[in-house]
Design a protein around this ligand. Structure first.
Ligand SMILES: Cc1cc2nc3c(=O)[nH]c(=O)nc-3n(C[C@H](O)[C@H](O)[C@H](O)COP(=O)(O)O)c2cc1C
Length: 197
């Protein structure tokens, strides 16, 4: 679709053997049927930013402006071009990953006035990390939506080679579809809002 909503799916973990890669491959399959979105996966391994080490706050940097480091500029340009985000997040010690927080902290204006949904996983479906991320998203002037996908005990879902066992995520399809529907609604409304207000 020419006016499709630009959706960035962000992988919130970078370690070898990460589950985020399996979750993103699964949601990307579902997204093939969603022509309302023009989807791209953003892998934080491709944006190896240092831990935040700038003298100033990113909230002072205007949209499209220089962030001073090539890798941060590359990240900022990708986040700017999006209409909406789906963050795939693990739960590390009842929170989200440090690499994801750093990527969120490093820029500010590119996130503003856009909707975000979460796909999480863990012993309680990663729900604790999502609750924290919703608070961070509000500070970045984003609109975190209600619907989410919470995958239980991801370590039970893989075979000895680390691949997802057949059909193990089928029961999450309904919640994913509900999330994508709500996400498209918010994305559309906010796109109009950004263009007109
Ligand atoms: C540092 C670390 C801390 C973890 N803490 C939790 C936790 O608090 N709650 C939980 O449900 N799972 C926890 N886990 C297990 C993760 O849910 C599981 O390893 C998951 O696959 C991690 O995501 P990733 O594979 O994308 O890195 C932890 C894993 C790591 C590596």
């Amino acid at each position: 679709m020419a006016d499709a909503l630009k959706l960035k799916v962000i992988l919130g973990s970078t370690r070898p053997g990460r589950f985020s890669e399996k979750a993103s491959a699964w949601i990307m399959e579902l997204l093939k049927n969603h022509t309302e979105f023009d989807t791209e996966v953003l892998d934080l391994r491709d944006y190896p930013m240092p831990y935040y080490e700038e003298a100033g706050s990113p909230s002072q940097i205007k949209l499209g402006a220089d962030h001073g480091k090539d890798v941060v500029n590359a990240w900022a340009r990708k986040i700017e071009e999006a209409d909406v985000y789906l963050i795939i997040t693990p739960e590390y010690n009842h929170g989200y990953s440090a690499v994801l927080k750093n990527a969120m902290d490093y820029i500010y204006a590119p996130w503003n006035n856009k909707a975000v949904a979460f796909l999480s996983y863990g012993s309680v479906g990663g729900g604790r990390s999502v609750e924290q991320l919703r608070e961070v998203a509000v500070e970045l002037q984003m609109a975190p939506i209600r619907q989410a996908v919470h995958i239980q005990a991801p370590w039970m879902l893989r075979d000895e080679k680390g691949e997802l066992k057949a059909g193990v995520l089928d029961s999450y399809k309904d919640s994913a579809e509900g999330m994508l529907k709500q996400l498209a609604w918010w994305a559309q409304i906010l796109k109009v809002g950004r263009a007109t207000v």
